[in-house]
Design a protein around this ligand. Sequence first.
Ligand code: KG4
Ligand code: ZN
Length: 343
Amino acid sequence: MTLILGLESSCDDSAAALVTGDRRILAQAVVGQNSAHQPYGGVVPEIAARAHVEVLPGLIAQVLADAGVSPHQLDAVAATAGPGLIGGVMVGLLAGKGLALAAGKPLLAVNHLEGHALSPRLTDPDLRFPYLLLLASGGHCQLLEVRGVGDYRRLATTIDDAAGEAFDKAAKLLGLPYPGGPAIEALARDGDPTAVPLPRPLVGSPEPHFSFAGLKSAVQRAVAAGTHAPADVAASFQQAVVDCLLDRTRRALAASDAPALVVAGGVAANGAIRAALQQLAAEHGRAFSSPPGWLCTDNAAMIAWAGAERFAAGLVDPLDAPARARWPLDPAAEAVRGAGVKA
Ligand code: KG4
Ligand code: ZN
């Protein structure tokens, strides 16, 4: 059975994983850098890159030891080659190249977004192409038709902030720690989602895209007013994001006959968002799939799995494969102003 080592280093998580072509995760390890970035309220690229240099080799050794595998037993080495913070991407990609070279194995230069896009197929063997994907992370908010490995059509993207970025900015305004998504979700449980009137940017718009910047500004005003309980602001903010995601996804469902709706990326770890999208899929007679929470946020199992899918399709890469800060899944999609830069 195909055996792939995957490496992830595009943002603030260093990760390594061993995954087989028949969907077994033999070992995986993730080390986040939250405490290193927390004083700055966001990820500092150079701090992230330096941490990957320190942490990644140990994680590779650890997963190989945990699974009792030597590099010579691998079929290929998969590493995130972009998009993301370029320093970190270069660290992980070069580690992958070094291993591939030393073990005489092919390299798989994986698009981090393809890692998120194919991640539901690692845990859901029934999920077949095509499917409609809502990919919501710290750097992206896109609706994509996933037609096959390496075959994506972008239906919508954000014209300003990504959904996860909006969670992170709202959390910062509320004095909550980074990353903001889990902190807001926890605080929102004690709040009233109807307490604070907040906008729903682009809801009902004939254009397909997302927008979250105006929502952040409205949260800023609500916090400054000082009249609302933080839990009410958190719950109202989360509800506004849910409404925006639902409206835009509903529009895309009407334009796509894909039999399944999938949500992936860090924001898909949010229980309220998953539940709302699951109901939307049911209303439209579509199957619903979403990876477990640990597979939604950045990890290396999804990179190894995307590598396994690409390896099975014969899509290996040369050792001079570039590291790319920007790398759209759908090269034909038009650039939209302000779309996020982080993966
Ligand atoms: O996919 P990911 O781990 O990294 C990127 O590729 O960006 O996504 C991270 C983003 C962060 O903005 C974080 O706040 C958000 O996902 N996130 C969440 C939750 N868990 C993580 N957003 C909402 N609710 C959550 N439970
Ligand atoms: Zn990601």
